[in-house]
Design a binder for this molecule. Sequence first.
Ligand code: HEM
Length: 152
Amino acid sequence: MGLFLLILHSWLRWLVILLGLWAWISAFRHLLGDKQYLPAHRRSGLLFMISCDVQLLVGILLYFVDGWASQWHNFSQTMANATARFFTVEHEVMMILAWILVHIGWSQVKKSSDASRKLSRSVIFFGIALLLILLAIPWPFREVARPWLRTS
Ligand code: HEM
């Protein structure tokens, strides 16, 4: 169960990034250009948000299944170890913050009736969320490193 979730979480990261880039780039291009909010903007924003929801759910399950949640019991030891600290606190805090930003952004986009404002809200909120996501991923070149695409 743990391994299946981990592989799923590792692969889903690419879907989240691709959908986030699609939502951000298309909103940015139209904000600079014709200022039209098109059905593709709605679709990409919605899919980005749904992919973040699914990734959050898998992440929460992993947090308990893989035992990271219980690391809070040895708090000082956990904080002293880079990997334990990253997967017990840092990764989760940044990703949950990103998830909140995506949701705030989406609700602002829905609330607004002005196309240009819809585009600017998408660019700001999805952009910051995407940046946080990219910063919180344990890329293979980082101190806490995980593979580009896990297969086992
Ligand atoms: C968009 C959001 C997220 C992305 C892109 C993401 C991405 C990743 C990646 C790439 C890994 C490494 C997987 C591997 O070892 O191959 C990972 C690990 C992990 N993530 Fe996330 N994550 C996200 C959100 C979350 C959230 C919200 C939680 C928990 C609340 C979470 C919990 C975990 C845990 C516990 C691990 C370590 C699993 C282990 O090695 O035992 N993630 N995440």
